[in-house]
Write a protein that binds this ligand. Structure first.
Ligand code: FE
Length: 205
C-alpha cells in the first residue's frame, strides 16, 4: 500500500503558490497514491482469477493484465516522483547546505550556476520530468529526462526531481516555464537533496 505523505514543509514558497501546492500535493499526487493502491488490489483479484482459471492471462495487444500493468508503473512512478519533488522543496536555495552534492555537481558541471543553467534547459526540453540522478552504473551524477512518468533509466536514483508538467506552474506563471524553474531553484532545499545524494551515491554496480 502506498501512503499520501504530508508535505515535508509548511511555509509559503516564493513563486510557487499555496493554491498550486494544494492542488498538486492534495489532489494530483494523492490521485497517484489512490490509483496505485486501487490497481494493486485489482491485480491481486486478477491474479487469483487467473490462477483459478476464471480469467485468461496476459496478452500484449490487450488483456486486463496488460492494462493494469501499464497503469501500475505509471501510477507508482507518479507517487515516487512527486515524493522526490516535494521532498526537495521548502528550502532557501542555498547550496552551501548541501556540500557533498554541491561538490559532486561542481566536479561534473564546473559550477553550480552552470549546472542550474544546463538543468533549466534540459527541463525546458522535457515532457514531464527533469531529473538529476545518481547513476550506479556510470558511478556519477547524470541528468535524465522522463517524458510522461515511464521513461526512466532503471537503477538511477533521483536526487533532484523537477516536475515540469503544466499543472506544476500554470496557475503561477502561465506558460512561462522558465520562471517556474527559477522559482524551483529559489526554494530548493539543498540539505534534503544532499541527504538523497548521500544515500544514493553509496550504491554502485
Ligand atoms: Fe505533478
Amino acid at each position: 500500500m502506498y501512503e499520501h505523505k504530508p508535505l515535508p514543509f509548511d511555509k509559503e514558497l516564493d513563486g510557487i503558490s499555496k493554491k498550486t501546492n494544494d492542488i498538486h500535493h492534495g489532489k494530483l499526487y494523492k490521485g497517484y497514491v489512490d490509483k496505485a493502491n486501487e490497481i494493486g488490489e485489482k491485480l491481486e483479484e486478477l491474479r487469483k482469477d487467473i490462477l483459478d482459471g476464471k480469467e485468461s492471462g496476459g496478452n500484449q495487444t490487450y488483456s486486463k493484465l496488460r492494462a493494469l500493468k501499464q497503469g501500475e508503473t505509471f501510477a507508482v512512478n507518479g507517487v515516487y516522483l512527486h515524493e522526490w519533488f516535494f521532498g526537495v522543496l521548502g528550502g532557501d536555495g542555498d547550496h552551501s547546505k548541501g556540500p557533498e552534492l554541491a561538490d559532486a555537481i561542481v566536479k561534473k558541471w564546473g559550477s553550480i550556476e552552470d549546472f542550474i543553467k544546463y538543468f533549466t534547459e534540459t527541463a525546458m526540453a522535457a515532457r514531464g520530468w527533469a531529473i538529476l540522478a545518481w547513476d550506479p552504473k556510470a558511478i556519477e551524477l547524470m541528468q535524465y529526462n522522463g517524458d510522461a512518468h515511464n521513461q526512466a533509466v532503471w537503477g538511477a536514483m533521483p536526487v533532484i526531481a523537477l516536475d515540469v508538467y503544466e499543472h506544476a506552474y500554470f496557475i503561477d506563471h502561465g506558460s512561462d516555464r522558465k520562471a517556474y524553474i527559477q522559482a524551483f531553484f529559489k526554494n530548493l532545499d539543498w540539505g534534503a537533496a544532499n541527504e538523497f545524494f548521500k544515500k544514493a551515491s553509496v550504491v554502485n554496480f
